[in-house]
Design a protein around this ligand. Structure first.
Ligand SMILES: [Zn+2]
Ligand SMILES: [Zn+2]
Length: 154
């Protein structure tokens, strides 16, 4: 695991995650940094596992430099800033499957947004973004904050 000032080249990292690139997971602020990127093979393995179940994932936000994290209102110890996390776009149709795929892939930090699901490999915890929980309850037919999802047996 390492922090890079610029998105490293795939060759630099022996890149073995065919569906993702350092560039799409690097900080996208273009203001406070030059594309800072935090490399964590475990995170990428989990993302690939999720992708294998779901098909293409749209990454809204990956690693964030401290300046960008503060600018978007992220909490200071956010996994976007101290390591790497991803906000993955969800729709009404994919919401429930996306959550199950994230849990199956081993993601332990889950943030429920209206149009995205936050995933990271930090300590097991879950939170909701304003106005979002109702969408998740509707899609799942239960409250994931009260009843955490379990990984599907393989
Ligand atoms: Zn930045
Ligand atoms: Zn996030």
């Amino acid at each position: 695991m390492a922090l890079f000032t610029f998105p490293p080249s795939a060759a630099q990292l022996n890149w073995r995650w065919p569906h993702f690139t350092p560039i799409e997971l690097a900080c996208a602020c273009r203001k406070h940094c030059k594309g800072e990127y935090f490399h964590d093979p475990r995170f990428l393995d989990a993302l690939e596992a999720m992708r294998a179940e779901m098909g293409p994932l749209k990454i809204r936000s990956g690693h964030r430099c401290r300046g960008h994290n503060a600018a978007v209102g992220g909490v200071p110890n956010s996994y976007h800033a101290k390591a790497i996390a991803a906000d993955i776009a969800v729709t009404g149709k994919t919401r429930a499957r996306m959550l199950q795929a994230a849990v199956n892939a081993g993601f332990t930090g889950l943030g429920y947004g209206r149009s995205f699901l936050h995933v990271d490999l930090g300590p097991a915890r879950a939170w909701t973004y304003p106005g979002a929980l109702g969408f998740w309850i509707k899609a799942l037919a239960f409250d994931p904050m009260r009843q955490p999802l379990k990984p599907r047996p393989k």
